[in-house]
Design a protein around this ligand. Structure first.
Ligand SMILES: Cc1ncc(COP(=O)(O)O)c(C=O)c1O
Length: 388
């Protein structure tokens, strides 16, 4: 298949074949790990395929960037040493001192910390607003100064849903770009650029990599001019991943579709189990009809994902005990790997927002439901929640 034919193929075909043709010299089916910092030039300025130095470009990275652009249906993809490195590069590419950004009022704690403690010191201000409330996001915009409307959907860890199409219209009316952090949904379940977003952000550490063995980030953009700006800053700032990290992330991407379907199957079983459990006061999952974002999620997502949050009767002590008693669910931060994880957002991933407007309830437990045997996951949760 040619890359042109691949670009029109289905999701799984693009995830496996986009961005790389078998190596013309050896026929290698998988992009080799190009462990090289520099490239021989055929005479001064005579580059082979545009490669001169691996901060600027490396073939293992190029293959991953092409595949990510294809699965997100964007103009161009860029990868970074971490999700936060990608976010910082985007802010520097699009904002200047005096500019302003609207953030989700329950953004990932590290994203909030980046804006609150780093970008603010360089003159970029932010206002939190609820992603589920289009009017609140519109009201948070500062006309002429807001350059980015930042959206996570579903959010981390409260799984709130923002309407990508409606928020793209709000951002564009104000002359701002809509940025969607698509980490929780993954490109298999949701493609924000097709709904009007301008930039997709990923922590590829999560579902895209999928095996908890590599940290990375990505930006995918829709517009050629913005792509040029990001490309310049990616090279000028230099927060790029090495070729081995790119290889691992790309290997993960190839199986994203089958993994996500199993994550969703298992999450649905977990939700059903938790919903009937007396020690659980609330189950938060966009697939539940009573979830306030259910209708929007059904419109813009293929399925509802592998993340489940729930609140525990008995408050913080009980929530911590559940986290500590679980054993198939490993106590740990991060998400999106094949193994199930459990965590207490208030004390772990979201400790950096304690005492701020973004603080999360202290009886909240977050699950990243993995792809183990579902019955083993339910038995583990039953044990962890204690006697009925
Ligand atoms: C939704 C979301 N966005 C961004 C990030 C930051 O990514 P990284 O940890 O790869 O820097 C995370 C990390 O947990 C996340 O959950």
């Amino acid at each position: 298949m040619t890359q042109n034919e691949i670009s029109k193929a289905g999701f799984e075909t693009r995830a496996i074949h986009a961005g790389y043709d078998p190596d013309p010299t050896t026929g290698a089916v998988i992009p080799p790990i190009y462990a090289t910092s520099t490239y021989k030039q055929d005479g001064v300025g005579g580059l082979r395929g545009g490669y001169e130095y691996s901060r600027s470009a490396n073939p293992t990275r190029t293959a991953l960037e092409g595949a990510l652009a294809s699965v997100e249906e964007g103009e161009r993809g860029f990868v970074f040493a971490s999700g936060l490195a990608g976010e910082d590069t985007l802010v520097r590419s699009t904002c200047r001192p005096g500019d302003h950004v609207v953030l989700p009022d329950d953004a990932y704690g590290g994203t909030y910390r980046l804006f609150d403690k780093v970008e603010q010191a360089w003159g970029v201000e932010h206002t939190p607003a609820a992603v589920s409330d289009v009017d609140a996001v519109r009201a948070a915009i500062r006309p002429g100064r807001t350059k980015l409307v930042w959206l996570e959907t579903p959010t981390n860890p409260l799984l709130n849903i923002g309407d990508i199409e409606a928020l793209a219209a709000v951002a564009h009316d104000a002359g701002a770009l809509l940025v969607v952090d698509n980490t929780f949904a993954s490109p298999y379940l949701q493609q924000p650029l097709t709904l009007g977003a301008d930039v997709v952000v990923h922590s590829t550490t999560k579902y895209v990599g999928g095996h908890s063995d590599v940290v990375g980030g990505a930006l995918v953009v829709r517009d050629h001019e913005l792509a040029e700006q990001v490309a310049f800053h990616q090279n000028a700032i230099g927060a790029v991943p090495g070729p081995f990290d790119c290889f691992l992330t790309h290997r993960g991407l190839k199986t994203l579709g089958v993994r996500m379907d199993r994550h969703c199957d298992n999450a649905e079983r977990v939700v059903e189990f938790l919903t009937g459990h007396p020690a659980v006061t609330q189950v938060i999952y966009p697939g539940l009809p009573e979830h306030p974002g259910h209708v929007v999620a059904s419109r813009q997502m293929k399925r509802y994902g592998g993340m489940v949050s729930f609140r525990v009767a008995g408050g913080v002590e009980q929530a911590l005990a559940v986290c500590e008693r679980a054993s198939v669910f490993t106590l740990g931060e991060s998400l999106g790997g094949v193994e199930s994880l459990i965590e207490h957002p208030g004390r772990m991933t979201h400790a950096s927002v304690a005492g701020t407007e973004l603080e999360v309830p202290d009886d909240l437990v977050r699950l990243s439901v993995g792809i183990e045997t579902a019955d083993d996951l339910l038995a583990d949760l039953d044990r962890a929640l204690g006697p009925r």
